[in-house]
Ligand binder design. Structure first.
Ligand SMILES: [Zn+2]
Length: 286
């Protein structure tokens, strides 16, 4: 009898999950699913997948990132489908083109929120930006919105956005849930900073938070824990080779990350070798 009850509970949980992750709208480049009753995941599928989050309610719409410029028209249509009025705020996790592409597609009254050090990127096209250095919190649609700056891991202006009531957090590209990290070395980002920032994220978010990465599937805090372990272990392996005096080419040729190959398949341009290079340069570039 207990087994039957357990089976029914599992069945109903999996049905609930499937219902909540069902596509409710799609067009050429955007697919919309529910995260909660008032938050949505808008997944763009142009070039490669990119995640955008919308929070809806009586105050209008808040977007977390805006994806690719070339998918702007489709994003605008998907946002209209949510029937929640105008987009009032856009929070940019960082200023890369696949995250700010449609910022200017929602009128001039929209306010862009982002890290102070990248203000110019957020206030382009005559848009008004609200920037901050450490933390920025406000209430929108009766929901507390907490932005926390954690720069220097993926880009110089990484921030994470936590919606405690909805129990979701948007981590941008600091966390690529299905891939090795990507470090903008030329802009001063470093693998060791990414590791530190991921650990900080794990320590400040509640255990039951659902995580939305800039690209890739929605995950749990447990997945983040495993991801951090992968990052720590792979950095350790490459560092060991470096300490032994090996060159970047020698480390890549020795295929030292072969046991982690799966993490190098999600993007064409993030591979075992690119991650080895990012780690190597993180410790050798000034
Ligand atoms: Zn990205």
């Amino acid at each position: 009898m207990n087994k039957i009850i357990a089976f029914l509970i599992v069945l109903s949980l999996s049905l609930t999950y499937r219902l909540s992750s069902q596509t409710i709208y799609s067009n050429n480049n955007v697919e919309v699913t529910n995260l909660t009753d008032k938050t949505y995941l808008l997944r763009e599928t142009i070039y490669f997948t990119a995640n955008i989050v919308a929070l809806t309610g009586p105050d209008g719409i808040l977007l977390l990132d805006t994806g690719f410029k070339h998918a702007s028209a489709d994003l605008v249509d998907a946002v209209k489908y949510l029937k929640s009025g105008k987009v009032k705020f856009i929070i940019n996790s960082h200023p890369h083109g696949d995250h700010i592409g449609a910022n200017s597609s929602f009128g001039k009254d929209v306010r862009i929120i982002g890290h102070k050090d990248c203000e110019d990127s957020f206030s382009g096209d005559g848009l008004k930006a609200i920037t901050f250095k450490k933390e920025h919190s406000f209430t929108f649609n009766n929901e507390e919105i907490n932005c926390i700056a954690l720069p220097g891991g993926h880009s110089p202006c990484d921030i994470i956005i936590h919606l405690p009531t909805s129990k979701i957090a948007y981590l941008g590209d600091m966390y690529l849930s299905e891939s090795f990290p990507l470090i903008a070395i030329g802009s001063g980002a470093r693998a060791q900073t990414l590791f530190k920032n991921l650990k900080h994220t794990l320590s400040v978010l509640p255990e039951d938070t659902r995580l939305i990465s800039g690209h890739g599937k929605v995950t749990t805090m447990e997945d983040l824990k495993n991801y951090i372990e992968m990052v720590e272990t792979t950095i350790g392996i490459v560092r060991k080779e470096m300490t032994a005096g090996k060159s970047l080419e020698e480390i890549q040729k020795a295929d030292v990350l072969k046991n982690w190959s799966e993490w190098g398949k999600f993007f064409e341009f993030i591979t075992k070798d690119s991650w080895i290079e990012d780690i190597f340069l993180s410790y050798t570039e000034n």
